[in-house]
Design a protein around this ligand. Structure first.
Ligand code: BES
Ligand code: MN
Ligand code: ZN
Length: 498
């Protein structure tokens, strides 16, 4: 889809459809009022008859509205004005784009972007509208022989801003929104691909393509390289699989040469069967999503490179399958991690931390400013926070605050969980330096505690996205989270938010 920004009055738009909002009960927004004035109360008459209350999610499509230059006017209900916040704004954009796409409009001009959202700038409204619009038209149908084609799909979307002096900031926000949406689409595609296609080698090839497209340095470490580095924890997870493991390293250098990089580490288990500690059969297909951490850090670096942010960003992806088999790791096996610390593998299904710990140790060589890992790490995190918030852990409170704040602003929220020392004793092992599981209670915290033992040398945060990376049920699919949170955090650090 093509996007543009405009400032002008709604009645003067030569567009297939002009979209304006109506608050509940029957209160026209300013652009709707301008249209109504040009149309000699045609719209307010219709509304008075009871055709449009303004309830959120409702729409009314009008043809040949007098006094206007557009083919159609779409009225979109925004709910009560007092309750119009981020979520309501995004819902209204989603509803508009869906309707435009289904009603045969080739192009549309949205005036909803002029409606104030408390505490949010014009740039925020444009960036968010762009992301939501792209999300609404996203489809993953590459394996369907017959695709549900939209007969006359929406091709061009114009966002209106009230004043000409807002145009520059709006254009920049549009470019940012497009980059973030593209990063999210990559993240979703990788997540939605089946495990027999999206293997560790496929992730490595994808990383190489991103690197080529954007002039990023890319290095792929093979099994032999990992052996030489002593990454026996990571390698212990790969033992049961016929797919070779990979360690992907991407380095984007948009900042000054002497600036320390920010490092993102993403869990890349392309299928998690549990290994010898085999998972039960129900919904096991969803474990193809166990590489969504990897997908999200790849989506993020792609977005950052597209925006040409003046920062140094490194991405590390440890990737393998977790499969059972005669060569697979057994419960009770003890391995030595790259850090030198020994681990008793009591459950082969707690494999995420085993691959992440070696990737986190590897991160030390980049002398990072900050390290953030992203992982579909624990079912316990879903029990704690459901599918709304990502679990957030950090060994530095101001980093936790910044990430939580970025999540809030990007409407991709995370909630901080404790990392107190009291939880560390859950990981005691009689035979090794630590066990890889901490028992039934506080499972997402003991997993984070495990990682914290490998992150002592830098400022670090951990995002557990087990509940937020994908949706189950009828609309099963990857969400693209936490790309919005991460990109927002990085935009802020780069001083590029308005
Ligand atoms: N990938 C899973 C976590 C997961 C489970 C994410 C369900 C989303 C939905 C992870 O590798 C895992 O299996 N974790 C175990 C840890 C346990 C054995 C300590 C879990 O959460 O059950
Ligand atoms: Mn597992
Ligand atoms: Zn897993």
């Amino acid at each position: 889809m093509e996007f543009s920004i405009k400032s002008g009055s709604p009645e003067k738009q030569r567009s297939a459809c002009v979209v304006v909002g109506v608050f509940e009960p029957r209160k026209l927004t300013l652009p709707a009022e301008l249209l109504d004035n040009a149309a000699r109360s045609y719209i307010s008459d219709i509304i008075r008859r009871g055709d449009m209350e303004g309830k959120s999610g409702s729409t009314l499509l009008l043809h040949n509205v007098p006094g206007t230059l557009c083919d159609r006017v779409l009225l979109v209900g925004l709910g009560k004005e007092k309750e119009f916040r981020e979520k309501e704004y995004c819902d209204a954009i989603r509803c508009s784009v869906k309707t435009l796409n289904e009603t045969g409009s080739f192009d549309g001009t949205l005036f909803l972007t002029e409606t104030a959202v408390k505490k949010r700038s014009v740039a925020w409204r444009i960036r968010q509208a762009t992301i939501v619009a792209q999300e609404t038209v996203y489809r993953f149908d590459q394996f369907k022989s017959k695709k549900d084609e939209v007969r006359r799909p929406l091709r061009k979307l114009t966002f209106a801003v009230e004043r000409r002096n807002e145009l520059a900031a709006a254009e920049e926000a549009l470019a940012q929104g497009l980059a973030i949406a593209e990063g999210m689409a990559l993240t979703k595609n990788l997540g939605n691909l089946p495990g027999n296609v999206c293997t560790p080698s496929y992730l490595a090839e994808t990383a190489q393509k991103i690197a080529q497209d954007h002039g990023i340095a890319c290095e792929i470490l093979e099994r032999a390289d990992m052996e030489a580095l002593g990454m026996h924890s990571l390698l212990s997870v790969a033992k049961g699989s016929h797919q070779p493991p990979k360690l992907i390293v991407l380095q984007y250098k948009g900042g000054k040469a002497e600036e320390k990089p920010l490092v993102l580490v993403g869990k890349g288990i392309t299928f998690d069967s549990g290994g010898i500690s085999l998972k039960p059969g129900a919904e096991m297909d969803e474990m193809k999503y166990d590489m969504c951490g990897a997908a999200s850090v790849l989506g993020t670096i792609k977005a950052i490179a597209q925006m040409k942010l003046p920062i140094n960003l490194t991405v590390i992806v440890p990737t393998t399958e977790n499969m059972p088999g005669g060569a697979a790791s057994r419960p009770g096996d003890i391995v030595t991690s790259m850090s030198g610390q020994t681990i008793e593998i009591l459950n082969t299904d707690a494999e995420g931390r085993l691959v992440l710990c070696d990737a986190l140790t590897y991160a030390e060589r980049f002398e990072p400013e900050t390290v953030i890992d992203v992982a579909t790490l624990t079912g316990a995190c879903v029990v704690a926070l459901g599918h709304v918030a990502t679990g957030l852990f950090a060994n530095n409170d101001s980093l936790a605050r910044e990430l939580a704040h970025a999540g809030e602003e990007a409407h991709d929220r995370a909630w901080q969980m404790p990392l107190w020392d009291d939880y560390q004793e859950l990981l005691k092992s009689p035979f090794a330096d630590m066990a890889n599981i901490g028992g039934r209670w506080g499972g997402s915290i003991s997993a984070a505690c495990f990682l914290s033992r490998f992150t002592k040398k830098f400022e670090w945060a951990h995002l557990d996205i087990a509940g937020t990376a994908w949706k189950s049920g009828a609309d099963k699919g990857a969400t693209g989270r936490p790309v919005p949170l991460l990109t927002h955090y990085l935009l802020k650090r780069a001083g590029k938010l308005h």
